[in-house]
Write a protein that binds this ligand. Structure first.
Ligand SMILES: [Zn+2]
Ligand SMILES: [Zn+2]
Length: 258
């Protein structure tokens, strides 16, 4: 499985930097997990291929350019963009984003070929298909309804924590999986901001370390994501200080193969 965390920050010359302000992962160039920078950082080729987007939760950094992505493609879409989310999250997207005020209600609009956007309500704790992938979503512990994901292409399995703090069911489904090649997990704040991390339901390197004690698989590539740009270097230093085998920081723009 090939996974890329899309760039979401650009310097004054327009060059992408390693700071992550928005979240959007591309799997095998065709399925997106979250859509923060989907309209900003996809190549023309990726834009042509991505038609399946899983939205873990409705926070802006995870959906910021989803409406723009659909808007850009509107006249040319020959099949709808499918947005996979729990019914709870679909309701929030319809109420707060695609509400005819912030942006058009794309789910009710058609171009010359038909519908441009379609919601797919996903279950919790049960497998469902997204393109060639088998996915299981579980609720995690964040301040709005949020899911973590276990994704398999039949050969390798990768887990995405999405935004979360201390949680249980996510680890249960991971530990039940026969194998796990990679875990993409958030580490938002430095240890000095543990209080803020707790109230906003995010991890620090220290709380992530405690949480990783629940992972039974060995030899997993663990990639930290969602590092707040203002504290990026401190968080990286603290993560490195944990000396956890296989733990690194995911580089935006790089394609990882698992
Ligand atoms: Zn969030
Ligand atoms: Zn977030």
């Amino acid at each position: 499985m090939r996974i890329q965390l899309l760039h979401s920050t650009f310097d004054s010359q327009g060059n992408a930097t390693s700071e992550q302000r928005l979240t959007c992962f591309l799997i095998d160039e065709c399925v997106a997990v979250d859509a923060g920078s989907i309209a900003l950082a996809t190549t023309g080729e990726q834009r042509e291929k991505v038609r399946d987007i899983i939205v873990t939760h409705p926070h802006m950094d995870h959906i910021a350019s989803l409406p723009i992505f659909i808007d850009d493609l509107f006249p040319t879409l020959k099949s709808p963009i499918r947005v996979y989310a729990t019914q709870e999250v679909i309701n929030l997207l319809e109420r707060d984003i695609f509400n005819s005020n912030v942006y058009p209600r794309f789910s009710e609009l058609k171009n010359d070929y038909g519908s441009v956007m379609e919601y797919v309500a996903i279950p919790l704790g049960q497998e469902f298909k997204v393109a060639h992938l088998t996915v299981t979503a579980v609720a995690v512990n964040h301040i709005v309804p949020t899911v973590g994901l276990l994704v398999s292409d039949g050969r390798s399995t990768v887990a995405f924590s999405s935004d979360t703090s201390e949680t249980e069911e996510f680890w249960n489904i991971i530990n039940r999986a026969p194998s796990l090649e990679a875990l993409l997990i958030e580490a938002s704040f430095p240890n000095s901001m543990a209080k803020l991390a707790e109230v906003s339901r995010h991890f620090t390197p220290a709380s992530l370390q405690r949480e990783l004690g629940k992972l039974n698989h060995k030899g997993v590539n663990i990639l930290a994501v969602h590092l707040k740009p203002a504290y990026r270097q401190v968080i990286i230093d603290e993560l490195n200080g944990l000396n956890i085998p296989g733990l690194g920081v995911m580089e935006p723009g790089r394609t990882y193969e698992f």
